[in-house]
Every structure is written in structure tokens, then in C-alpha cells.
Design a binder for this molecule. Sequence first.
Ligand code: URP
Ligand code: ZN
Ligand code: ZN
Length: 458
Amino acid sequence: MSLLIKNGEIVTPDARYVADIWCEGETITRIDRDIAPPPGAEVIDATGKFVFPGFIDPHTHIYLPFMGTYSRDTYETASKAALVGGTTTLFDMCCPSRAEEPMAGFETWRAQSEGKSACDYSFHMGVTKFDAGSEAQLREIVARGVQSFKIFLAYKGAFGIDDPELYRTLKLARELGVVVCAHCENETLVAERQRELLAEGITGPEGHYLSRPPSVEAEGVHHLMTFAEMTGARTYIVHLSCVEALREAVAARLRGVEVAVETLIQYLVLDRTYAERGGFEAAKYVMSPPLRDAANQDVLWDGLRSGLVQTVATDHAPFDFAGQKPMGLDDFTKIPNGIPSLEERVNLLYTHGVAAGRIDLQTFVAVASTNAAKQFGLFPRKGAIQPGADTDLVVYDPAYRGVLSKATQIHAVDYNAFEGWEIAGRPAVVTVRGEVAVRDGVFVGTVGRGRFLERATR
Ligand code: URP
Ligand code: ZN
Ligand code: ZN
């Protein structure tokens, strides 16, 4: 397997230049001008196109058992959708229930992904309880190459952990050199607001938004930051949605807390008005934290530009509009949370970020690929274009124009949250460790070739 990508404009966070990329087997071996095509090599003409490192989604939920059902995608459908959208590596949240042992959860996720993914992947290990038995298993899971934990300060009675568990998880993470990813919402405030709203007769999807105002998220971040300061643990705030929460993270960073911030493509391009659509339509846009007032979007774009926000993820959690979202038809607290976007993230970020002039190309690559690789121990194997890196490349066509739609998506879910939206650019070719996996929007890769990526602690 050898591949020569000619005349593309290579873009990484540090550089922009036109050159050829020579790849042997799974690895980039040479970058130079005018490399002559060796006999037998596949040559891809990237003239007029960008060549980006494969994009990385640091936050997905594939076939997640959640709120009485399972998120819709399997590793096969999710990884194909990811690749067509330019994402070559994803991080799935391995989330056992509180009743389950961590190792059993880890084995379940391994079994449902092994030999079934077309793209490379890793896990953040959900810590959904913490006791002596689970601590020993978490140590073993870290030794098996998972250098990140995931905790929930929300979802009381499901994935959420209490304060003693939070403290002990952070202490263990600090000891092992593991980064802790955290869903930050105050679960008591959410539960109390839900109870009040239902008692007032507010049962529709709009109740979801009303039960989780920005202060609920800001308090969650503040809470985590206090615990991180006390324990010295390295933290990563997932799906940050609003200015109030960002202020708490930045204040903690100024105090010396090691914290990175992830936002989602949904918060950058969708606002609260989607979650207020009439009838049950708003259920398509129920997620936690909820979609916010549009004013927050400027703050988040600015955060990406200035480096206050490190990554843009999807939190891909797909639940059908028919059959799954209606579980909460008469009670918004039972609507499965999530807005699918794994296939759309990169093209939406390019269209509404780069093409719209909100972020430059190099910031785009940093927040959609390189920063996640650095944060989670994959750089420079992933997130880089340099000799020695995996040949995960996206040859991107900025001249492409198209429309997002359920009719053409690969996701298994029955709706597209961005139905009819125009995109200005898409991947022309996507490679995974040297194999061409996508050509002109069509998946041509190999299901099962995707590899579980073991990562070292630092
Ligand atoms: O609404 C969301 N975010 N669904 C997925 C679960 C989570 O909280 O990440
Ligand atoms: Zn979450
Ligand atoms: Zn999530």
C-alpha cells in the first residue's frame, strides 16, 4: 500500500504550504516538492485542495444505553458516517451503569467495537461509581491504554457520581496521570427545576431548556474546578455551551487549574430557537446542556480564535424522532438527550467557521484535530502531517457545494438536525492509515479495519 498525494496545500496549526506527501504502508515517510510517482503507487491529485490531518472527534456515544433505550448508531454506521465527514479517529464514552463493574463495561465496549469500526477509535472510561473494587479495575483499564476518565456531575441516579466519588476519582487520576473529562451540570438543581416545571404543567420539550439554565452549568464547572484545584487533577470540560460556564473555567485556569474546554458544533451553529420549535419538533434539539441564546455563539467562536476553547466535538448521541424521542412525549425529562452530528461536524465547522470568516484554516485544524490528539496522548501519531505520523489525511475540496439531508446521510438515526443546510466544502478523499476510505462522499473503506488506539499516561 503506497500513496502519493500531489500538489495539495498542507494545513496544520503550525504551517501552510504546497507539497507532495509520500506514504508507505500506514505511515507518512516523506514530504517534499515534486516527488516522482514510484511505480505501483496510487497518485491522488490534490491541486486546488487542502490537505488536513484526519479529523478527531473527542466525544461520541455509540450504542449508548441511556434513558431507557440505546443511541442508534453501531460502530459500523457511526464510523462510516464519521469517515465520510472527514473524521478518522473518534473517542467514544465507555459508560457502564452504576450497577455494572467498570471492567464489565470496558469489555462490553471492546466487544461491540472490535472488528466493527472502519475508523480508528479510543475510549474515555466512564467512572460512574467509585469504591475499592472499581478503583482496582480502573487501574487495570488505564494499564490497558485508556488514559482518560469520564465523569458526570448530572444524570442523578444514572451515570452521576457524588462528591466523595468525585474527589477520589480525581485523586486517582492525578496519581495515574489520567485526564478527567467532565459533564458539568449541577444535578440537584436540574432535578428540582424538573420537579417544579412538571408540577406547573410544563411537560413539553421546552421544559428541558427551562430546567437547565446557564447557572446550572456554571455551577457544575465551578464545582469541578474547586475539586480539581484541591486534587491537582488534569481536567477537560466536555460540551461547554455558554459564557457563564466559560468564565468559571477561565477563572480556574488563571488560578493554575489544568483545564481544557470542549464545545460542540451544535452550540456554534444552533441556538435556543430550535429547542423552542412548535409541537414535538423541539425534541429533535433536546440535549444537555441545552442549546443556548445566540449571543453565546459569538463568545464560543471568539474562544476558539483566542485559545480559551481547545476543541470542537459532537457529543454524537443519536435517538430517532419516531420511536425514541417520543418516550418523553408527555414528560420532557424522559426525552432521550442528544443531537446527532458526527457526519456533519467538520463540514459545518468549515462552512460556518472558515468560509464565513469566523476562524482561520489553522485554527480549524487545531480545534477539530490536533488539539484533541495532544490532549489525549495521540500526537504526533494523529493530528499531524509529518514523517512518522499515521497516514490519516483529508483532501478537502473547498469548491464543493451541497446540502445536508437525512436522505443522503449515513447515520442510522431517522432525522438530520441540519436538514436542508448548505455546506461550502467537503472531503474529496479520506485515508485511514494509508487506505483510501472515502472518495467524493462515498465510503469505500473497510469495516473492521479501524483500530483501538492504546494511549500512554503522561
Ligand atoms: O444530551 C447529551 N449531551 N446527550 C449525551 C449524553 C451526554 O450528556 O453527554
Ligand atoms: Zn454530557
Ligand atoms: Zn456526551
